[in-house]
Design a protein around this ligand. Structure first.
Ligand SMILES: [Zn+2]
Length: 677
C-alpha cells in the first residue's frame, strides 16, 4: 500500500469521526439533530468500511469502538481521584430553612444564590478524561473506591469518547466529571417487556435496572439497554477558573457532556421551596424517574469556604419527596392464596386514609419480610403507599407495644384446602400445589373476568368466593352454565345484578376475542402481549393446541419459557376437559382484524431467519422486516419467499435449498436492506 493512500484514508477517517461526533452531540446532548438517522448511518458505515480496510488506523475513541469485548472476571477496583460524597437529606421546609440558616451564618452573608436541579434516580458514576480522551469510568462504590465499568460506560451514546475542542482547538488535559447513569421510563418499560418475553426476571424499578445494566460482563448487553447519562458535578484542572456551579455545568456542556436538566437559579429559600413543590407535583410527568431536588450553593468559592462536615458537604442538600405514609394498627394477619398458589400474608388494618383512599389491608410479602420488619399482630405500624403500588407495611413501632401482641406463625397447610404447603425452591414464597384448591380457583376466576381478560363486570371477589365455596363453579366453563336461581340467592345478589351478569356471560360466550380468552386462561408466563402474538401467529385455538414448542418459540417476542408453559398447559388433562366443556357450551371466538400491511415495500412477503447474524440480532432483523410489511415465520415451507441465513444455520438451510427457496446470506441481506426504500 502506498503512503499516500494511507494519508488520504487517515484524513478521511478523522473527518468522518469529527462529523459523527458533531451529529452525535447535536442528537444526544442538544436534542437538535441536523441530519436524518439514515444520513448518520451512511456516514457511520463509510467510517466502518475505511477502518476495515485500514485496521491500523482504528483508535479507541472512534465512534465504531463503543462496544468492546466481554469482560472476564470481576470489575477492577478504582480509587477515585476526588472522593464522591453523598448529600444530607431534607424532608420538609423546616429542614431546608435550617440548612439555609447554617449557610448564612457560616458565610456571614445576608443572601446566598442557589442552583436547584433534579435528583435523578439512577447510579452515581465518576469519569476521567486525559488529553481530551475518555480514559476511565467507575461506579461510586463506597465513595472512595468504586468499580471500573469503563467498557460498559463507553457504550452509552451520550457519553463523549473525546472532548470537543474550544475555539483555539485546545482540550483540557485532565477532567473528572461526575454524574448519574439512568434509564428513562420508556427504556425501562421496554426492557421489562423484553425480559418478560424471554421469561426472565423483571426489574423492580429503573434504578435497579440501570445498576444491573452497568454491571454486565458483556458490553453488548449494556449497549442494548439504552442507558443515558447526566453530568452534575466534577473537578476541572486548576488553570480553568469557573465562578459558579452553573458556569461549570455550561463548561461541561461545551465539552460535549449532557448536563443536569432543569437547573434553576434561586435567590431565596422561598423560591427553592416553590421548585421543590412544583417537582413534587409534576415529577411523575418527566421522562425519567426523580426522587427529589438537589440544592447547591452556586458560588464555587463559597462552596470551598463552607467545606464538609465529617459526612456531607455543607453547601448542598437533597430535598426528598415524601412517600405518603400513615399509622395504623394490625388487627390480624390473614393468608391470601393467589391463582399461582402463592400464599401471601396480609395485614388486616384499622382502616386509615392514605394517598386518597381508605386502606384496610396491606401486603406483608412473606415470612422473611415479617421477621425482618419485626411485625407482630396488634402492632402499631407505619404503612406507605406510592403511586399505583399496593399499600405496604414499612415498619412497626415496637415502643408502642402493650404486651398483648402475638407473633404470626405460618401454618403448615393451605388455609383454603388444608393440603401441605411447600416453600419455593428459589425464594421465600410458600405455595399450595393443589390444582383444585378453592383459594387458587377463586384467584383464577378473578383473573379470568378482569378487565384485560374476559372483561366481565359485577363478578367481584365476594361473588367469586361464594361461587367457589358453594361448589357452583369448579372451572371456567361452569361459569357459563350458571342458572338464574343459582346466582340470585347468593349473598348481596339481586334480580337485577343477576340478570346483568348472565347477560354479560352470554355475550362473552357468543363472541369473545381469542387473545382475551387466551390471556384469561392464566397460562403461566403468558401475558397480554404474548397472547396477542400467539393469536396473530396461529390464528385459531386449534392451531395453537397442536403447535410444538419449537414452532411457538420461533415467534418473534416469545421466549422458550413461555413456549414450554403453553405446550404444558394444552397437554394437561384438565385443560383438555375444560376446552371440551366450553366447546359443548357453544363458545365462539373472534379473531383480531389483521393490521394494515399493504403498500409497504415487503407487503405479502414472508421470511425465515436462521443461524446467527454478526451485524445485528435476529430480533432486530425480524423487527426491520415487520416494519417493512413483511412477516417472519418460524418454519420453512414452499410458501416462504426469503430465507436469511446467518452463521451455524442448521436443518432449515438444508430444507430451504431442497425446496429451491431464495436464500440470502448476511452480506446479501444487508445489501437487500440497503436496496429497500
Ligand atoms: Zn390450597
Amino acid at each position: 500500500m502506498s503512503g499516500e493512500s494511507l494519508i488520504t484514508a487517515s484524513t478521511q477517517i478523522e473527518q468522518l469521526r469529527a462529523e459523527l461526533q458533531y451529529h452525535n452531540y447535536r442528537y444526544y446532548v442538544l436534542d437538535q439533530p441536523e441530519i436524518a438517522d439514515t444520513a448518520y448511518d451512511r456516514l457511520y458505515r463509510r467510517l466502518v468500511e475505511i477502518e476495515q480496510a485500514h485496521p491500523e488506523l482504528i483508535t479507541p475513541d472512534s465512534p465504531t469502538q463503543r462496544v468492546g469485548a466481554k469482560i472476564s472476571g470481576k470489575f477492577a477496583p478504582v480509587t477515585h481521584a476526588v472522593p464522591l460524597f453523598s448529600l444530607d437529606n431534607a424532608f420538609n421546609r423546616e429542614e431546608l430553612d435550617e440548612f439555609h440558616a447554617r449557610v448564612l451564618k457560616l458565610s456571614g452573608r445576608e443572601q446566598v444564590e442557589y442552583a436547584v436541579e433534579l435528583k435523578i434516580d439512577g447510579l452515581a458514576i465518576s469519569l476521567t478524561y486525559a488529553a481530551g480522551l475518555f480514559q476511565l469510568g467507575a461506579t461510586r462504590g463506597d465513595g472512595s473506591v468504586g468499580e471500573d465499568v469503563s467498557a460498559n460506560l463507553r457504550t452509552i451514546r451520550s457519553l463523549p469518547l473525546r472532548l470537543i475542542p474550544n475555539a483555539q482547538g485546545a482540550v483540557p488535559q485532565w477532567l473528572n466529571p461526575c454524574g448519574e447513569v439512568y434509564l428513562s421510563k420508556a427504556a425501562f418499560a421496554q426492557l421489562n417487556h423484553e425480559q418478560m418475553a424471554k421469561g426472565q426476571k423483571l426489574f423492580a424499578n429503573p434504578r435497579n435496572a440501570a445498576a444491573g445494566s452497568l454491571r454486565q460482563q458483556d458490553p453488548a448487553i449494556t449497549a442494548a439497554r439504552k442507558l443515558d447519562l447526566f453530568i452534575y458535578a466534577g473537578s476541572v484542572s486548576e488553570e480553568v477558573s469557573l465562578p459558579t456551579h452553573s458556569a461549570m455545568l455550561a463548561y461541561f456542556r461545551e465539552l460535549g457532556f449532557p448536563t443536569s436538566p432543569y437547573v434553576q437559579i434561586c435567590q431565596s429559600m422561598e423560591a427553592v421551596w416553590d421548585i421543590c413543590q412544583k417537582w413534587g407535583q409534576e415529577g411523575p410527568e418527566l421522562p425519567f424517574a426523580i426522587d427529589g431536588v438537589v440544592i447547591k450553593v452556586n458560588d464555587l468559592a463559597l462552596q470551598k469556604e463552607l467545606g464538609f462536615t465529617s459526612k456531607f458537604p455543607r453547601w448542598a442538600i437533597a430535598y426528598k419527596f415524601p412517600a405518603e405514609q400513615a399509622l395504623s394498627r394490625i388487627q390480624n394477619i390473614t393468608l391470601q392464596v393467589g391463582r399461582t398458589g402463592a400464599v401471601t400474608p396480609v395485614a388486616e388494618l384499622e382502616p386509615v386514609f392514605l394517598a386518597g383512599s381508605l386502606v384496610s389491608r396491606a401486603t406483608l410479602h412473606n415470612q422473611e419480610e415479617i421477621r425482618r420488619k419485626d411485625i407482630m399482630i396488634g402492632d402499631v405500624v407505619v404503612i406507605q403507599k406510592a403511586g399505583e403500588i399496593i399499600p405496604e407495611v414499612v415498619r412497626s413501632l415496637s415502643e408502642k407495644r402493650t404486651g398483648q401482641e402475638r407473633l404470626f406463625e405460618y401454618p403448615a397447610v393451605c388455609p383454603k384446602c388444608s393440603q401441605l404447603l411447600y416453600p419455593d425452591a428459589n425464594g421465600p414464597i410458600i405455595r399450595c400445589l393443589n390444582e383444585t384448591c378453592p383459594g387458587r380457583l377463586k384467584g383464577a376466576l378473578q383473573h379470568f373476568v378482569s378487565r384485560n381478560a374476559m372483561d366481565i363486570e359485577g363478578l367481584g371477589e365476594a361473588l367469586a368466593e361464594q361461587l367457589v365455596e358453594q361448589g357452583l363453579v369448579k372451572d371456567f366453563a361452569d361459569l357459563f352454565a350458571l342458572s338464574y336461581e343459582q346466582i340470585v340467592n347468593l349473598e348481596r345478589m339481586g334480580p337485577k345484578s343477576t340478570e346483568n351478569l348472565l347477560q354479560q356471560l352470554q355475550e362473552r360466550r357468543l363472541n369473545v376475542p381469542l387473545e382475551r380468552f387466551l390471556f384469561a386462561l392464566g397460562i403461566r408466563h403468558v401475558g397480554k402481549e404474548a397472547s396477542q402474538l400467539l393469536v396473530e401467529h396461529f390464528g385459531s385455538l386449534e392451531a395453537l393446541q397442536l403447535a410444538d414448542q419449537e414452532a411457538i418459540q420461533a415467534i418473534h417476542g416469545i421466549g422458550p419459557q413461555i413456549a414450554e408453559s403453553v405446550v404444558q398447559f394444552f397437554q394437561s388433562p384438565s385443560t383438555v376437559l375444560l376446552l371440551q366443556k366450553l366447546d359443548g357450551l357453544g363458545f365462539c371466538f373472534s379473531l383480531p382484524e389483521s393490521r394494515p400491511r399493504e403498500g409497504l415495500p415487503l407487503s405479502g412477503k414472508s421470511f425465515v431467519l436462521t443461524g446467527t447474524l454478526s451485524s445485528m440480532g435476529r430480533s432486530e432483523a425480524a423487527e426491520w422486516i415487520e416494519k417493512q410489511g413483511g412477516s417472519v415465520k418460524g418454519t420453512i415451507s414452499s410458501k416462504i419467499d426469503y430465507v436469511i441465513v446467518g452463521d451455524k444455520a442448521g436443518s432449515k438451510l438444508d430444507k430451504a435449498l431442497k425446496l429451491g427457496l431464495n436464500v440470502l446470506d448476511e452480506a446479501a441481506f444487508l445489501e437487500f436492506m440497503r436496496g429497500t426504500p
